[in-house]
Structures are given as C-alpha cells and as structure tokens.
Design a protein. Structure first.
Length: 588
C-alpha cells in the first residue's frame, strides 16, 4: 500500500540527490516482474545516470547466471531502455564487483539498489558504506509484488509454479480428468503473470520457456483433447483468467465495500494537486474511481481509473476545453508513474454530462458508491474472443507487410481500421457493457501488441518522404489557410501577425517564437517540412490563446513547464484535425 506522503517524498528525493551511476546486484533466478518493475523504476529517477544490473554466479532453483542474463536481455528487447545494461559479475559476487568499481577511483560515487525488508541486502549495503562512507548511496526498490489473492510473489514463485504445472500436465495426460486440465490452465496463466506484461504482450513467453528449459503447451492446444467425462464442455469451461471475476473487491483499494481511508486520502491528494496545477477558476464537482479497480474484474495490472468530474458547459468553449483536458491528462499520465501496489493510477477529466458505461463507480469525495457493482459469474470462452479479434489481426498483419511501399493506400486503410475498431468497441460497450465480446477482443488486440503495431506504422508513414520548404511563396498560402482553421479551433479573439524569417542567428535559435506584447509570431520555414512548419505555427498560436486567457507568465517558456507541455499537446491535436481536412499537407 502506498503511503499518502509518497508524492512529496518522490519530489523531495529528486531535488536532494546528486547524479551518479546505479548498481542493482542480485542472483535473479530468474528475474521476475518484480525485478523488472524495480529496475525500470530506479532507472527512471533523474539522479540515476545509468543502471547496471550485476548478476551473481552460481545456480539457484536449477537456473544459472547465463539463463538469468538471457531473460534480462529479452526484457530490454521488449522495452528498450538506454540507461539500463546487464552484466555477469566477473568476480565471486556482484558486491565484489562494486567494491572494485568504487575502489579504483576515490572520486567515484554510486547508488546501490537495496531490496525492501531484505536482511542480506542491508548487510552488503553496510559493508559498502563501512568501506566507502557517503560515496555509497542506498536506493530502496520494492521488488516484491502481490498476486490477485494478495500473496507476495518472488523468484521462488516461478520455480513452484513450474513444479505445479508439471504435476498437473502429467496428471491430465494420465487421467484426462478435467480437474487437472483446469489446474493446468490456472497454473499456466499464473506463470505468465510472474513476468512483465510488456514481455508477454510482445510474444516472448515461449522464448522465456525455452531459456528455462521448459516447453509447456498452451492450454488451448490441450483443450482439443477429448476427455472421458461426457459432461465436459470446453465452450463452457474455458475462460480467460484475465476476465474471470474475483469474489471480492480489490483488497488494495477496498476494505469490504468501503474505500481504504489511506487510499481515499492519497487519491484526493493526487486529484487536488493535478487540478491546482491547471490554475482554473472552475472547481471540479467530484472525484470518482471507476473501471475494473472499482469492480470484481480487476487484475494485478489493472489501472486505477481516477476521474475528475466537471461540467464542461460551465466553460465558454466546451469543445476546446475537452481537447485541452485530453492533452493535459495525456502529458500527466506519461510524466507521472504513480501506483497503488502494482496498479498504475491514471487520471481522466470527465464531463459530468458524458455517458459512462462502467458498472462500478465510487465517489472518492463523498466516500460512497454512485453505482455499486454486483458479483456475477463470467464465462467467456477463449475461442469466441479470439474469433472476434482474428479479423483485425489479419488486416493489421497485411498492412505491416505492405509497410511504406504505398503510403497513401496504407494511411487510408489504417484510418479506416482505427475508426472501425473505435465503433466496434463502442457498440459492444453500449450493447453488453465491459464484458461484451467486442470490448474483450479490443483488449486482446491491445494486450498482444497489435494496436501498437498499427500506431507505429502510421507514425512511420506520416514521417516518410515529406518534402522541404525553401520557397516562402509556396508555403505562405498554406500558412494563411492554416491560420483561419486554427483561429476557429482555438477561438482566438485576435489572430497574431506572422513574420517569416530566419531564427537561426537569434541568441536562442528556434523554429518559432511568440511575442505577447505585440501579439506577433516569428516563423522559420527554411529547409523544413510543411507539417513541421505548421506544427510550430500551431504551438505559437496556442501561446497566443494562453496569453488571451492570462496564463502566460515570466517562466512560461521554460522547457518542461505546463504552458509548454500544453502547447505541444494541443498543437498536435490541431495538426491532426487540419490534416484530416487537408491531407495534401503530407505530400508538400
């Protein structure tokens, strides 16, 4: 459970800690989701210059150091991180390696990862500090995570689950009893949860099995075997573990059916902090928890969907505010990695008039249910879900093969598929709610990486072969057209004048600049793609709107400021909307 002071502590540590390399020593037999989460969390800290995972020698749970490194290599392939590298300790232990590193240069400092509540870790940290004093800086990692029953999981869990899988598999082969088949199914799916989600989603589970020296068949393949029990019906008995309801609400969030007071305090603190940063006069109406974390279908990876409820009609331009909130929320969720246990906290600003299909909604402010979920037995056959998603998978695979050979055709097909997917999912939600086959098929596409394939291809196509703008006379009519469009989108009272000039020789060279005092935009178009020029123009026009709203201050132009982040996000939205109406900009 996160302490309510977690946010303040995270901010404080970033300020006080000096940059230095980090080391994460251990045996990792094998590395699990907990190790992965810890490593990527530590590496994300700005004061960690780089993180070296040092694997110790010897065998444990019949797994050796080389197998451990191969699995770490898969993790880095699934989710690359230039700050992380993995090595086998050349010395007797990883700690000996760190001793040599620090001892070879008296100026060296290092952050050493220490696992929470591990006595052995505390001992080696103390030995390093005794030798190198304050040159050694411990950083605590929460390696362990809990499964859906609240039980702690470790590397030993992998070994124990493999043993259980072997037993269930052998029993089923000998008896064909569906009981062992169900045990096998549960153990197989549980084993997958012990490894990082991104690794499973990108299809590396079989590769991990191979490294571990196991080769368990997928439960679906055993499903086809006829059992001696004539009453056995695979269509009724096979259910994805992800969509099987629990018999209690998420114990991390709720105590019986009331929100844990510490969780309530933390969620309200996050919502208030987020809203105060927007500096809007309009207060929000409520803060709610919704989605699977407020229902019986949560998993160890479910988002904690924190919705800030506000009436968009109270703003002068509800449509623009919707886009503004979407961009701010997107920035916030990418920038902040807040969690309850292993569950990511995701913020969303919801219009109080917006239709919401969730069957569980809890008011965090009022500390009561708005829509209380009811437990029901969910029985959704694997095959039915995959049948729904298969059509889209085939289309996406065809598009990936086509690649960038026919840019216009590919972009047209991608837009059609994305629109069809959006309608497909929404129809399912409207008709049968969260457990509709359409919604579950959409989740299957997301979990197996197909949606990511589609968006990656689209980005490649939009960035491909855009021509350069060197002639002012060519770009000026396009700028004039774009200014009219952006004026309506942003509801600008007065459109700034635009002067095209070279800004490369300015004291702070850039591609664009906005002067609040003269309401003037300076734009550099030389040797730039049309879309890049328009994106810069959109960015500066957003600053003009922010100036009209009285949001521009002395530090507003600082990189990473909320004003700059919002300008980047809203500019992207305007470009996308303009591009739909004027696709020729991608050819100019």
């Amino acid at each position: 459970m996160l302490d309510v002071k977690e946010i303040g502590k995270l901010i404080g540590e970033e300020i006080k800690n000096e940059p230095a390399p980090g080391f994460y020593p251990g045996s990792f037999r094998p590395p699990t989701k907990g190790h992965f989460n810890a490593a990527y969390d530590i590496a994300s800290k700005p004061y960690i210059q780089n993180l070296t995972i040092v694997i110790g020698k010897g065998d444990k749970y019949s797994i050796n150091a080389i197998q451990s490194k191969k699995i770490w290599d898969i993790y880095l392939k699934a989710q690359p991180n230039p700050k992380i590298k993995v090595i086998l300790s050349p010395d007797k232990s990883p700690i000996d390696y760190i001793f040599k590193y620090l001892g070879s240069d008296l100026k060296r400092q290092a952050y050493i990862v220490q696992t929470q509540d591990e006595e052995d870790d505390q001992k080696y940290i103390e030995s390093l500090q005794n030798a190198f004093a304050n040159r050694v800086k411990p950083v605590v990692a929460k390696e362990k995570f809990t499964d859906e029953d609240g039980e702690s999981t470790t590397s030993a869990s992998v070994s124990g689950t493999i043993t259980q899988l072997k037993k269930s598999y052998n029993e089923f082969q000998n008896t064909k009893d569906k009981k062992y088949l169900n045990d096998y199914n549960n153990s197989y799916n549980y084993l997958k949860t012990l490894f990082p989600d991104v690794v499973i989603q990108k299809g590396y589970f079989d590769e991990i099995q191979k490294i571990l020296g196991i080769n368990f068949p997928k439960p679906e393949s055993l499903q086809e075997i006829k059992t001696e029990d004539n009453n056995y019906n695979k269509e009724k008995n096979w259910v994805w573990l992800e969509y099987r309801n629990k018999k209690q609400l998420n114990p991390i969030v709720f105590e019986k059916d009331t929100m844990n007071p510490e969780v309530k305090e933390l969620l309200l603190k996050i919502a208030t902090y987020f809203w105060d940063k927007l500096e809007l006069a309009q207060p929000y109406d409520d803060v709610t928890l919704t989605g699977s974390s407020a229902n019986y279908n949560y998993t160890s990876n479910s988002d904690v969907d924190l919705h800030i409820i506000v009436d968009f009609n109270k703003f002068s331009n509800p449509g623009l505010m919707k886009k503004y909130f979407d961009s701010v929320v997107s920035n916030w969720n990418m920038k902040h990695d807040l969690k309850l246990g292993t569950n990511p906290i995701q913020i969303y600003v919801q219009d109080s008039n917006e239709k919401h299909t969730s069957t569980g909604v809890y008011s965090v402010m009022e500390d009561k249910w708005i829509k209380k979920p009811t437990y029901e037995e969910i029985n959704i056959p694997d095959g039915n879900i995959k049948k729904k998603s298969k059509i889209f998978k085939e289309k996406i695979n065809q598009l990936v093969k086509l690649g960038t050979k026919d840019k216009e055709r590919s972009l047209e097909l991608i837009n059609k598929i994305q629109e069809k997917l959006k309608n497909f999912r929404q129809e399912g939600l409207d008709k049968n709610g969260e457990y509709s086959l359409e919604n579950l098929a959409f989740k299957d596409l997301r979990n197996t990486g197909y949606l990511e394939k589609l968006s990656t291809l689209k980005t490649q196509l939009l960035d491909k072969d855009l021509s350069l703008n060197e002639n002012t006379e060519v770009i000026k009519p396009i700028i004039d057209s774009f200014l009219k469009f952006a004026k309506d989108e942003l509801q600008l009272n007065k459109v700034p004048s635009v002067e095209i000039k070279s800004l490369k020789e300015e004291p702070q060279p850039s591609f664009g600049a906005y002067s609040p005092s003269t309401n003037q935009i300076f734009l550099d178009t030389s040797n730039r793609h049309t879309v890049d020029v328009l994106r810069t123009l959109a960015h500066e026009l957003v600053h003009a709107k922010q100036n009209e709203l009285g949001l521009i201050g002395p530090d507003s132009g600082d990189t990473g400021s909320d004003i700059e982040n919002d300008a980047n996000s809203i500019a992207g939205i305007i470009i996308r909307d303009y591009g739909k109406q004027n696709p020729s900009i991608y050819k100019l």
